[in-house]
Design a protein around this ligand. Structure first.
Ligand SMILES: C[S@@+](CC[C@H](N)C(=O)[O-])C[C@H]1O[C@@H](n2cnc3c(N)ncnc32)[C@H](O)[C@@H]1O
Length: 213
């Protein structure tokens, strides 16, 4: 089954309480895959579907961008570790000139494309290239909930700092997973985002948007 059909088959369309403006193809408690084992998800052709959840870091970044549109208006944005592309879609909604949605998982690119169509935004392109360490031609980088393991957090932060040093504006959303050294980061906003993968407004975790300089 081709990727778009697989995504449509295993998800429902829903929005998070923090970002009701954006509808996404998500795996929720009403989906069979919510209860599936890793092996079952693999057999269904959707292994490790990070793209099927709106993670707290992405929710917070999306809210921040929608409420502060001048940050992205008319600018080229890289959404690194895009998943569902919640923050990239928010940037397009806020008037970004373009969004490059980057994720190593090709299904994330397909989900981002479907979600862009669902929300009627244009200007999104996708890549599966690992851009960490490169110098992409963008003005703003959004990194939503990408600091979820120690190695990625260290490598990602060093790269994002280097980009910021070269004049790119860099924002990261992070729910304190414990891998990000925030001691030198500038918090610019904090939100109550729904807990990992959940949509219940009563189950939240505080999530900070940092500007990385
Ligand atoms: C926890 S999800 C966050 C998705 C989305 N930003 C959000 O907040 O809802 C992290 C994503 O980062 C992606 N990822 C991990 N390492 C990456 C890399 N080096 N380049 C691009 N994406 C990466 C994973 O495949 C995954 O989809």
């Amino acid at each position: 089954m081709e990727p778009f059909d697989r995504i449509r088959r295993h998800t429902v369309v829903a929005a998070t309480p923090l970002v009701p403006e954006l509808r996404l193809h998500l795996i929720t408690a009403e989906c069979a895959l919510w209860h599936a084992t890793e092996a079952e998800a693999q057999a269904a052709g959707v292994p490790e579907p990070y793209w099927a959840f709106a993670w707290p870091g992405g929710q917070a970044l999306a809210r921040f961008v929608l409420d502060t549109p001048a940050l992205v208006r008319g600018r080229r944005v890289l959404d690194c570790g895009t998943g569902s592309a919640i923050e990239g879609l928010a940037a397009l909604r806020a008037g970004a000139a373009s969004v490059l949605a980057a994720d190593l998982d090709p299904l994330a690119g397909a989900a981002a494309t479907l979600n862009a169509a669902l929300n009627g935004v244009s200007g999104l392109s996708t890549t599966t290239e690992d851009l960490v360490g490169t110098k992409p031609a963008v003005d703003v980088v959004l990194a939503g909930d990408v600091f979820y393991d120690r190695e990625l957090a260290a490598r990602g932060l060093a790269w994002l700092r280097a980009l910021a040093g070269s004049g790119v504006e860099v924002y990261a959303g992070d729910p304190s997973r414990g891998f990000l050294d925030v001691s030198t980061l500038e918090p610019v906003a904090c939100y109550a985002a729904t807990h990992d993968g959940e949509l219940d407004p009563a189950r939240v975790r505080p999530t900070t948007v940092f500007r990385i300089r």
